[in-house]
Design a protein around this ligand. Structure first.
Ligand SMILES: Cc1cc2nc3c(=O)[nH]c(=O)nc-3n(C[C@H](O)[C@H](O)[C@H](O)COP(=O)(O)OP(=O)(O)OC[C@H]3O[C@@H](n4cnc5c(N)ncnc54)[C@H](O)[C@@H]3O)c2cc1C
Length: 428
């Protein structure tokens, strides 16, 4: 029976193409260590790797299997900078803070590529990112963005595309213009999960799957994490559960909201297909963003967040095929071999959430759809923090993320209404 993540809908194409996925044991008994990490996605696995490499005694517990949350199932797009454009950050925080946040994200990109190269993790990296306007009124913003990135943020890799170039590069006339970024790309996320876990284990991290944390107590300078068959007592704890944390820790839950995002993989389109002939990844200007790319074997991997109620993975196929046909009418009957989804952890201002939620317990998440490179880098920043340098993590902690309105009972229905309103606004 093929494996299916119990916490995310549908079996992903990544699962079928990642190669062997080693299993790790469940925790049985009590342990003590320097740092305990809860959650085995990019954030947790990267933190475990960097801590173990620095000689820290670290235990990581994952409720299911590594990558069963967002990290093994996402769109694989690295992007550039933070999720918000650098000029938006400048308007909010001033130039030097905006530049520091942009530079941090650029370092995250470099870190990911260097880390995978140094550790021989083949992540199927493919270069190029197109960001495209689904309304004519957004085209000038993309043009100004390309200019600002080069002149003000010293990032020369983004160029403006007019409607003609956009249509040629996309193989679709559905968009009105945009930008092309040659300084970033896209990856196979499950291969990164598997590879990072291997490196963490080799460095001496104690990794456990099938081990949910059922509670966290911070008392007298120690943190005690309970699980069904044992406890872990440590000096420090990293909560890296992002959108999958449920009620484990209330402060994180009040600031990070899960929203569903869904991807369909088509059959390979063939070498003569005019869909994305340059192999770039794409994201569009919708608030409820559409994101798509070709895989190394020529499929179209197409994602969108518009499918709010998915009861059956077959629903994903239907909705994704409809969205594909809007952009690529010739693909309206294309066979979709895989449909899957996961939960993106978003925050109110769409910026990451990092906070010390109890003494010696830091929670990190809420990358708001921009976590592939950031979450991996936050693991490294957390390891730096444990080693005594909190300066760079502090850049993120200082973003002062507000909690979602509505309290526990009304948070989800309010967000559902807001998303539907934004989805409607995307159409008008
Ligand atoms: C469909 C989809 C598409 C996306 N596309 C992109 C993209 O193209 N580009 C981009 O930058 N970002 C994208 N993202 C977001 C990106 O995947 C995430 O930001 C990133 O993977 C977050 O990693 P994480 O380790 O913080 O969280 P996760 O990978 O979600 O890991 C959290 C882990 O915590 C575990 N856990 C939860 N509760 C407990 C507990 N009590 N005890 C133990 N373990 C627990 C979960 O089982 C899970 O494995 C996408 C996300 C989704 C879902």
């Amino acid at each position: 029976m093929p494996y299916q993540s119990p916490i995310s809908p549908g079996r992903s194409w990544y699962e079928d193409t990642a190669g062997p996925r080693p299993e790790y044991p469940a925790l049985d008994g009590d342990r003590t260590c320097d740092v305990v990490i809860i959650g085995g996605g990019f954030t947790g696995l990267s933190a475990a790797t960097h801590l173990a490499k620095a000689g820290t005694n670290v235990v990581l517990i994952e409720a299911y299997r590594f990558g069963d949350g967002a990290s093994g199932r996402n769109g694989g797009q690295l992007g550039t900078g933070q999720r918000a454009w650098a000029e938006e950050l400048e308007a909010e925080y001033g130039f030097s803070r905006a530049k520091a946040l942009f530079d941090l994200a650029e370092e995250a990109k470099t870190h990911l590529l260097e880390f995978t190269a140094a550790n021989q993790i083949d992540i199927d990296y493919m270069p190029g990112q197109l960001s495209v306007a689904h309304k004519p009124r957004y085209v000038d913003d993309y043009k100004a963005h390309a200019e600002t990135m080069a002149s003000r943020f010293s990032y020369p890799h983004i160029s403006f595309m007019d409607a003609k170039e956009t249509a040629e590069r996309l193989g679709s006339t559905a968009y009105f213009g945009g930008t092309r970024d040659t300084g970033t790309g896209h990856i196979h996320p499950m291969k990164l999960v598997i590879g990072t876990a291997r490196v963490a284990a080799q460095a001496g991290a104690q990794l456990f799957e099938g081990t949910p944390s059922t509670g966290i107590i911070s008392n007298g300078g120690k943190v005690k994490v309970s699980t069904p068959r044992g406890t872990v007592t440590a000096q420090k704890c990293l909560i890296a559960v992002n959108a999958y944390g449920g009620t484990l820790e209330p402060v994180s839950a009040a600031h990070i909201m899960p929203i569903g995002s869904f991807i369909g993989a088509t059959v390979p389109l063939g070498a003569d297909s005019d869909v994305l002939p340059g192999g770039e990844a794409v994201d569009d200007s919708r608030f409820v963003v559409r994101y798509f790319r070709r895989s190394k074997d020529g499929r179209l991997l197409f994602g969108g967040r518009e499918v709010y109620g998915v009861n059956d993975p077959k629903d994903i196929h239907i909705h994704i095929r409809r969205q594909i046909a809007e952009l690529y009418p010739a693909l309206r009957d294309v066979e979709i071999t895989h449909g899957w989804g996961g939960y993106v952890g978003i925050t109110v201002p769409r910026k990451p959430f990092v906070r010390e939620v109890m003494p010696n317990v830091i929670s990190a998440g809420g990358y708001s759809g921009h976590g592939v490179m950031l979450s991996n880098f936050f693991g490294k920043l957390y390891a730096e923090t444990v080693a005594g340098n909190r300066d760079r993590l502090k850049l993120i902690e200082d973003l002062k993320i507000p909690q979602f309105p509505g309290g526990r009972r009304f948070r989800t229905p309010l967000l559902f209404l807001a998303l539907n309103w934004f989805a409607l606004r995307d159409r008008i």
